[in-house]
Design a protein around this ligand. Structure first.
Ligand SMILES: Nc1ncnc2c1ncn2[C@@H]1O[C@H](COP(=O)(O)OP(=O)(O)OP(=O)(O)O)[C@@H](O)[C@H]1O
Ligand SMILES: [Mg+2]
Length: 428
C-alpha cells in the first residue's frame, strides 16, 4: 500500500531513482522534468506529501518559483536537493520555506533521513498548523501575473545614464518586491550592464539565439539557463560579447526573447542604446512603461522632445511614458520648470549629478546600495517607488512622487503663461 507520495522535479532521472531506492516500497515517487510550471505539475498530479526540487532549481529564479509555491501552500514540505556550492543566496533558500537542504549527490542513508524529517514536518503541516505565506522585503510573494511588467529605459542622446538607471531599477524592484526580476541588455553592440555590475556572464543573448530551433517552446524551456544571477537577487541577460555577434540578432528574435522572459519573470528592465533602432522598437512592443533619460543640456532636451513625439507616433500610450532628468546641477542656466513644460510635463524623477554614481559603477555595486544614504541613493529610491505594481498607474501625475517633482510642478504651475527664461527651449 502506498503511504507517501513524493514529487521529484529534476532534469535527470537519477535523483528520483536514488530517492526511490533510499525509501523502498510504500512510497510513490513521481518524477517530472517540468521545472517551469511546478504549480501545474503539483495540481495535476498531486496531492503530494513532499516535493524534492533538484539541482536545476539552483538559481534565483528557480528559488523564487519554489517560494511562490510555498505562498500558495501547494505542497506540505519542500526538500532542496542542490549540487555542491549552489549559486543561490541564503535569503533565496529561506524564502522557499524548504525544510531540508541536501547536497546532492549523497548517500541513500542521508536521503532517507532527510525525507523522513520532511514527512514528519508535512504531517504537522497537514494537520492544519501550516505557517502563513511569507512576507519578503516590503512585498509579498504571491501569485504572479501572467506577464511581467516591462520597463524599458531609453534615450535620444548617449551618456544620459540609461545603464546607470536600468541597473539600479532592477536592484530596486528585486529588493522591494522579492519577486523575479530580469535585467536585459539590449544595447547589443556596446552593452555595459555586465561591466557596470562586475558580472562575468557565461552566456549572452547570442548564445540563447544560437540554439536550434529557436521556437517559443524551446526558448521557454531554456531561457533561464542563459541568464547570469546577480547576488542582489535579479537575473541578467547579457549583451553579445562582440559587435559582430550583435549584427546577427534580428528584431523578431528580440521580440521572441522578450516574450519568453515575460512568462518567466515578474519584472523586466531593459537597457537600450541611444537610438530608436528596430531592436529597441521590438522591446517597446513588450513594454508596459518607457522611461526616457535626459540631461539638462539643450541638445539632449531638444532630442528628447523629438523622441517623445516619435513615441506618440508609435502609438505608445502617453500614460506609459515618463522622463527621468539626470545629472542635474544648480546654476547651469536651464530651469527644471521650463524643461518640464517643454517635455509635456512628463518628468517623473529628477536625479542630481553625483560623484557617487561613478564610484558605484567602479565598485560594481548599484548606487542604491553603495550610496543608499546619499542624496542620489534617496532620490533614486524615491522616484522608483511609484513604479511598484498596484501603487500608481499613471506614470505622471497623482502619485506619491518624489518631492522634487512636486516642487518642479509647483514651480511650473507658477510660471505657466510666462515666457521661458531660456528662449532656446521654446524653440526646442
Ligand atoms: N546622476 C549622475 N551623476 C554623475 N554621473 C552620472 C550620473 N548618471 C550617470 N552618470 C555617469 O555618466 C556616464 C554615462 O552613464 P551611462 O553609461 O549610464 O549612460 P548611458 O545612457 O547608458 O550611455 P550610452 O548611451 O553610452 O549607453 C557614466 O560614466 C556614469 O557614471
Ligand atoms: Mg548604456
Amino acid at each position: 500500500m502506498i503511504s507517501r507520495r513524493i514529487l521529484v522535479i529534476s532534469r535527470s532521472p537519477a535523483l528520483s531513482r536514488a530517492i526511490q531506492a533510499s525509501l523502498g516500497p510504500g512510497y510513490q515517487v513521481v518524477s517530472s522534468t517540468n521545472v517551469i510550471d511546478v504549480a501545474d505539475e503539483v495540481r495535476e498530479q498531486g496531492p503530494f506529501d513532499v516535493l524534492v526540487a533538484g539541482p536545476v532549481f539552483a538559481s534565483h529564479a528557480g528559488m523564487a518559483r519554489l517560494a511562490g509555491l510555498r505562498a500558495a501552500a501547494a505542497v506540505p514540505a519542500v526538500v532542496l536537493a542542490l549540487g555542491p556550492k549552489p549559486k543561490v543566496s541564503l535569503s533565496d533558500i529561506v524564502r522557499t520555506g524548504a525544510v531540508e537542504l541536501i547536497e546532492y549527490p549523497t548517500s541513500k542513508r542521508q536521503l532517507a533521513n532527510s525525507l523522513q524529517r520532511a514527512f514528519d514536518i508535512a504531517d504537522v503541516s497537514q494537520s492544519g498548523t501550516a505557517p502563513a505565506p511569507p512576507v519578503v522585503a516590503q512585498g509579498v510573494v504571491g501569485d504572479r501575473p501572467q506577464f511581467a511588467e516591462v520597463f524599458t529605459v531609453a534615450s535620444s542622446s548617449g551618456g544620459c545614464g540609461k545603464t546607470f538607471y536600468a541597473t539600479n531599477l532592477a536592484c530596486y524592484l528585486a529588493a522591494q518586491t522579492g519577486q523575479r526580476v530580469c535585467l536585459v541588455d539590449l544595447d547589443l553592440q556596446f552593452g555595459e550592464v555586465s561591466t557596470a555590475l562586475h558580472l562575468r556572464p557565461r552566456f549572452t543573448i547570442s548564445d540563447l539565439l544560437s540554439r536550434e530551433p529557436v521556437d517559443d517552446d524551446d526558448l521557454d524551456e531554456h531561457v533561464e539557463e542563459y541568464l547570469e544571477e546577480h547576488e542582489l537577487g535579479f537575473s541578467v541577460l547579457a549583451a553579445p560579447f562582440s559587435p559582430a555577434d550583435a549584427d546577427m540578432i534580428a528584431p523578431k528574435d528580440v521580440y521572441k526573447v522578450m516574450g519568453s522572459l515575460r512568462r518567466h519573470f515578474d519584472y523586466i528592465v531593459v537597457d537600450t542604446p541611444a537610438q530608436l533602432s528596430e531592436i529597441v522598437l521590438a522591446a517597446f512592443d513588450h513594454s508596459t512603461r518607457v522611461l526616457c533619460m535626459v540631461t539638462l543640456d539643450l541638445p539632449s532636451i531638444r532630442n528628447m522632445r523629438v523622441f517623445l513625439t516619435t513615441l506618440q507616433k508609435l502609438r505608445i500610450s502617453s500614460d506609459a511614458i515618463g522622463v527621468v532628468l539626470n545629472k542635474v546641477e544648480d546654476d547651469i542656466g536651464i530651469n527644471i520648470g521650463d524643461v518640464q513644460e517643454v517635455l509635456d510635463n512628463k518628468i517623473v524623477s529628477v536625479l542630481p549629478y553625483s560623484r557617487e554614481v561613478m564610484k558605484s559603477i567602479n565598485k560594481g555595486s548599484p548606487a542604491l546600495i553603495s550610496a543608499a544614504n546619499s542624496e542620489i541613493g534617496k532620490k533614486l529610491a524615491g522616484g522608483m517607488h511609484q513604479f511598484l505594481s498596484g501603487d500608481v498607474t499613471p506614470v505622471l501625475g497623482t502619485s506619491a512622487n518624489t518631492a522634487e517633482i512636486s516642487e518642479a510642478r509647483g514651480f511650473w504651475r507658477r510660471r505657466k503663461g510666462r515666457t521661458s527664461k531660456v528662449p532656446e527651449l521654446e524653440r526646442a
